[in-house]
Design a protein around this ligand. Structure first.
Ligand code: HEM
Ligand SMILES: [Ca+2]
Length: 194
């Protein structure tokens, strides 16, 4: 093992993208199947339609990228969490680096550049400006990837004033937002049953 790989092995920050998706691995076996993506979306409060469409697009779109060297697609469309960094696309914010680590300076840059109305949040218009700013020329796949990630985040996690808060965005990167939303959903259900 070289010095560099030893260093990487102890770098806690290297698995942040893995943490982002682990919530969706409902049985913790390291693989996310479409029905798990569906269940994960339902658990954080998405409707049946969004959860179904997301499960199909995410698993069909990303499965092959996380199965390097496999020529035939697996028709159960598994996503292998270990290899999730291979599913990165272009036209993203750069907050995840190529190893799936969280790059704080890139995260801060989003707010320096685009948070004009409130220093710690993005409005819907500011989010659109940010998405446009991320676009690499003719990277249509990346544009669609980025657009869906951020629009779904905005739809599910904006506050009552239509703001996407900095803390919310930070917590989507390591997946803690999903845990929080799932806990809130369970809480709401308990209250409505009383
Ligand atoms: C409600 C569910 C989800 C939301 C709101 C969401 C949102 C996001 C956001 C905002 C980013 C950051 C993109 C950027 O930095 O420009 C991202 C990145 C990513 N997400 Fe999700 N995500 C969700 C579920 C999933 C699931 C289920 C998977 C796969 C199993 C996934 C895989 C990825 C990957 C691979 C990236 C890295 C993209 C890149 O940096 O190029 N996400 N997601
Ligand atoms: Ca699983």
């Amino acid at each position: 093992m070289g010095v560099e790989s030893e260093f990487e092995a102890i770098d806690n920050n290297q698995n942040v993208l893995q943490k982002h998706v682990e919530f969706f691995d409902r049985n913790n076996d390291g693989v996310i199947y479409p029905w798990e993506t569906f269940q994960g979306f339902r658990a954080i409060g998405s409707g049946i339609l969004l959860s179904s469409v997301a499960a199909i697009f995410i698993n069909v779109g990303l499965s092959g990228k996380t199965r390097p060297g496999k020529k035939c697609p697996n028709l159960l469309f598994p996503i292998i969490i270990e290899n999730i960094k291979m599913a990165k696309h272009g036209s993203d914010s750069g907050v995840y680096d190529e190893h799936g680590r969280f790059v704080n300076s890139k995260f801060e840059e989003i707010f320096h550049k685009y948070a004009r109305t409130h220093p710690d949040a993005l409005t819907s218009d500011e989010l659109n400006e940010f998405l446009k700013g991320n676009r690499e020329p003719k990277d249509y796949g990346g544009w669609i990837g980025g657009l869906s990630e951020w629009k779904i985040l905005y739809y599910l996690a904006k506050d009552k004033d239509g703001l996407l808060k900095k803390d919310t965005i930070r917590s989507v990167y390591d997946g803690s937002l999903f845990e929080k939303m799932a806990a809130e959903k369970i809480n709401k259900k308990k209250h409505s049953e009383k």
